[in-house]
Design a protein around this ligand. Structure first.
Ligand code: TYC
Length: 107
């Protein structure tokens, strides 16, 4: 009998809402190279990352001068999809543009 009640209580406790940790976030980073045209990088930032022309130009110049810049912070699947879209867009035009994702620093 005690076992039966214990099981019931365990079942009820299992139904408590789980306290979920927020999903890990990833920053998508564009890397500089000597060959990809600046206008192409601006177009990538507008088309894939939804940036305005002004913001896209700012990020492109930051990459050009500093070697890399963050384009956005996303959940893992969305970050991976955007990295792949950049890769495909660059490959289609045969530009060596590189894009990577890294775990975002904790807030
Ligand atoms: N450095 C490139 C040039 O001078 C421009 C460029 C900017 C390339 C950003 C890649 O992610 C990049 N044409």
């Amino acid at each position: 009998m005690a076992t039966h009640l214990d099981n019931q209580r365990a079942t009820v406790l299992d139904r408590q809402p789980a306290k979920l940790a927020p999903p890990p976030m990833y920053q998508v980073i564009l890397l500089n190279d000597d060959y990809t045209p600046m206008e192409f990088v601006v177009a990538v930032l507008q088309r894939i990352f939804g940036k305005s022309e002004e913001e896209a130009s700012r990020i492109m110049l930051k990459v050009h001068h500093e070697g890399r810049a963050v384009c956005g912070v996303y959940s893992r699947d969305i970050a991976a999809t955007r990295v792949e879209m950049v890769r495909q867009m660059a490959q289609a035009r045969q530009h060596p543009l590189q894009c990577v994702m890294e775990p975002a620093p904790e807030a």
